[in-house]
Write a protein of this length. Structure first.
Lengths: 138, 138
DNA sequence: TGAACTGTAAAAGTTACGATTACAGTAACA
DNA sequence: TGTTACTGTAATCGTAACTTTTACAGTTCA
């Protein structure tokens, strides 16, 4: 699984606990244990979707732009990792019934798998994640 | 997604079309477009599960050892790729509520996701894949 | 005995991923 | 207005993961 997905969840959860002020990529990166540039890269995707807002310059940073329960993990997955389940098997061999058609068959199967994954991920909103984090602490 | 998974499906489907005789790793590797050693490596896992049998020496190779409809994609996934959905986020940051607990929360979520994936993959047997390959050709 | 296989380990090559560096642009504030 | 603190983004570099390749021991059959 693409780690951009979990990094986006992490960042959004972080922001969810600070909805009254902006958080810098430095602060988030420290929480997530990755480089700040990666945070900015991932968050720029979320910004394009309107999930968060950002502000440059002194006192700038990132902040939530929607209600916590209006963003679910499937939304995030689609932005950061859509198609990640698909295998890369590029090779086809036209001389062989299997080699020639396996690629398309697998594509269909993984498409269905991603759909099922979507149904599951839709049930988790950022608000849910925040609650789970709190329960985990207790 | 781990390509061992698709390689195993490919190999088993190949064998499914030749249940009356043995197939060599060379033949399968040509169909799948990978190196024969990889085929042998993946198939050795399937052999341990009793899905296939193998025979060394002249005229040897691999052959199906079960009914085609007794092996489904979830069985294969478990052997080749279990836990592949889990992200690698190793870092935890005890100074931060999110950083400290996100790992466990995500672990639970991905565990559930893999279970859902399992429910989906269980519906596809090798026999189904063979049929899909034939339909694809037509 | 030699040819055709599997079974494995180890080395070498390649690709994908993430960190790092660099720098342009923007905003606040002294 | 100039310095500091940020985002935004591209490019380079290092490293880990994945594949191929090589190598060779073991097995089977003719």
């Amino acid at each position: 699984m693409n780690s951009d997905f979990t990094l986006a969840i992490h960042s959004l959860t972080y922001l969810a606990l600070q909805t009254d002020r902006m958080s810098t990529s430095d602060a988030i990166s420290e929480s997530a244990g990755v480089h700040p540039v990666r945070i900015r890269k991932v968050l720029s995707l979320l910004k394009k979707q309107g999930f968060i807002a950002s502000k440059e310059g002194t006192g700038g940073g990132f902040i939530f732009a929607m209600d916590l329960s209006d963003i679910n993990l499937w939304d995030i997955y689609k932005i950061t990792s859509e198609g990640a389940l698909q295998p890369k098997c590029t090779a086809t061999n036209d001389k062989c019934l299997v080699g020639a058609n396996m690629k398309n068959v697998l594509f269909q199967i993984f498409l269905g798998a991603e759909e099922k994954l979507g149904d599951y991920l839709k049930d988790y909103t950022i608000k849910d994640i925040v609650e789970m984090i709190h329960q985990e602490k207790a």
